[in-house]
Design a protein around this ligand. Structure first.
Ligand SMILES: CC(C)(COP(=O)(O)OP(=O)(O)OC[C@H]1O[C@@H](n2cnc3c(N)ncnc32)[C@H](O)[C@@H]1OP(=O)(O)O)[C@@H](O)C(=O)NCCC(=O)NCCS
Length: 252
């Protein structure tokens, strides 16, 4: 059972990080993976009321990975924390299956009342449903729900519920586009759909084409200006097919 979960986690990292090359690389080099292993241990200790030991081991995990996950946070299967540094997951957070988060994400609490003790037994942190993707630097604050398959943009600040399957960006986060059900069910690296990630060669050719188009427009404008200034030259150009040098105004 433990071994199966272990394999499942590795497979999830392999599937969701385009940079991952092998299972060994994930085991050795992925702080997000290490943090999840620490959490499994600390959560088990917490549930057996070994709170201080759980907190202490969680603290050691934080020192090694720069990822802080409270031992009481509930985390589903195939959870991926990519890159990892600066991630904070608060005590009453709940995370479903197949969730992906990037570095510097906070699942945090907001504005505790004057008496912070009265907050202790309350749900203060977010619930993130299955398949959601939370971009780097996003802050999800309070007992809000990020719906199934939703995508939260990098650096967004979420303080209200986000419906399932939508994309939300900005501060405060607002929905920019709904996703169709099929898309919402499938993982896309960095939350960016494939059709939003053109082939780099294609993109370079497209950029060059648009630059050439702009240059042609400029040349035509300059030719028109020259024709207006020297109608006689323009007439000769038309006759002998020669070109007026745009920069110097001389013929070549
Ligand atoms: C939010 C996100 C998932 C949307 O990706 P997408 O579906 O390809 O959407 P688009 O890029 O077409 O953006 C849609 C609109 O939202 C805006 N937008 C996208 N991401 C944004 C962000 N993080 N903050 C603010 N606005 C954002 C775009 O400018 C665009 O606005 P427009 O329609 O006015 O032009 C993606 O931009 C994102 O932030 N992914 C997280 C990436 C990440 O964390 N990477 C770290 C990996 S190391």
């Amino acid at each position: 059972m433990v071994f199966k979960r272990f394999q499942e986690d590795i497979a999830a990292f392999m599937a969701r990080d385009p940079a991952a090359r092998s299972a060994v690389e994930i085991v050795l080099c992925y702080p997000g993976f290490h943090a999840i292993l620490f959490h499994r241990l600390t959560h088990a200790l917490w549930r057996r009321d070994w709170h201080l030991l759980g907190r202490f081991i969680s603290h050691v995990g934080k020192m090694l990975t720069s990822i802080e996950i409270h031992p009481n946070a509930r985390i589903g299967r195939r959870f991926v924390i990519d890159h990892g540094s600066g991630v904070v997951i608060g005590e009453t957070s709940e995370i479903g299956d197949d969730v992906t988060i990037y570095h510097s994400v906070t699942l945090g609490g907001i504005a505790p009342s004057v008496d912070s003790k009265s907050q202790a037994d309350r749900k203060r942190h977010p619930t993130v449903r299955d398949g959601a993707i939370i971009g780097s630097g996003a802050q999800v604050l309070g007992p809000v729900v990020v719906g199934k398959g939703a995508r939260i943009g990098a650096n967004a600040v979420v303080t209200k519920d986000i419906p399932p399957g939508v994309t939300a960006v900005g501060i405060p986060a607002h929905v920019v586009m709904p996703r169709d059900r099929e898309q919402a069910a499938e993982f896309v690296a960095y939350g960016t759909p494939r059709d939003g990630c053109p082939d780099p060669v294609e993109q370079t050719i497209e950029n060059l084409r648009s630059q050439v188009g702009m240059l042609i427009d400029k040349v035509e404008d300059l030719e028109a200006t020259l024709r207006r200034q020297n109608p006689a030259d323009a007439e000769n150009d038309d006759k002998d097919g020669s070109i007026t040098d745009i920069a110097s105004g001389r013929r070549r």
